[in-house]
Design a protein around this ligand. Structure first.
Ligand code: HEC
Length: 165
């Protein structure tokens, strides 16, 4: 009798475990989809746009050593694999609601639902840490020594000029 109760208990725990794993897998899948369609790889993955989006998923979001230079200084797409490995889900939810420097479309993160942000977190964590940190931000008055893209609009009417931060 005891054995039956024990095995029933184990079976229930096992089934619950499977249900949680299925939920996790669904969240990771949702995160993969969001990352792909939200264009995060365009900047945070080396060679992603140049290769027509064919970079292997194992290399995704490892950051970019090529900076974007504009009135705000020079910014580098962060290595999200390292960042997420060192950040709790709660820290991520807070960070995702705060502004970041151009050309990071932080407003796209702000527009995501909590559920979407949790999915992004689950997916990036599932990839695991990889690569080196991206170079640190360089302020506008300091010379840039890394490769960079000049991200400055030309021939715009003054009213459209990009503002620094
Ligand atoms: C147009 C290029 C571009 C795109 C597209 C982009 N990012 Fe970024 N991202 C950057 C740059 C540049 C920075 C560094 C900003 C700074 O230094 O303040 C950054 C910073 C970040 C940071 C902050 C890292 C830190 O150390 O605090 C997070 C998180 C992030 N991006 C996530 C995303 C996600 C998720 C997406 C897709 C929804 C995305 N980014 C799309 C360029 C981009």
């Amino acid at each position: 009798m005891k054995t039956i109760a024990l095995s029933l208990g184990l079976a229930a725990a096992f089934a619950a475990g499977i249900a949680v794993a299925a939920d996790d897998a669904k969240l990771v899948e949702q995160g993969r989809y969001i990352i792909r369609i939200a264009g995060c790889n365009d900047c945070h993955t080396v060679n992603y746009p140049e290769s027509g989006g064919t970079v292997a998923e194992a290399e995704w979001l490892t950051g970019n050593p090529v900076g974007f230079s504009g009135p705000w200084g020079t910014t580098y797409p962060a290595n999200l694999r390292l960042l997420f490995a060192s950040m709790s889900e709660m820290e991520w939810m807070e960070r995702a609601r705060k502004p970041l420097r151009p050309p990071m479309p932080y407003f796209n993160l702000q527009a995501m639902s909590d559920q979407d942000l949790r999915a992004v977190y689950a997916f990036i964590r599932s990839l695991g840490p990889k690569g080196q940190p991206a170079p640190a931000y360089v302020s506008p008055d300091v010379a840039v020594t890394t490769p960079y893209i000049e991200f400055v609009p030309k021939n715009l009417p003054a009213a459209h000029a990009m503002k620094g931060k």
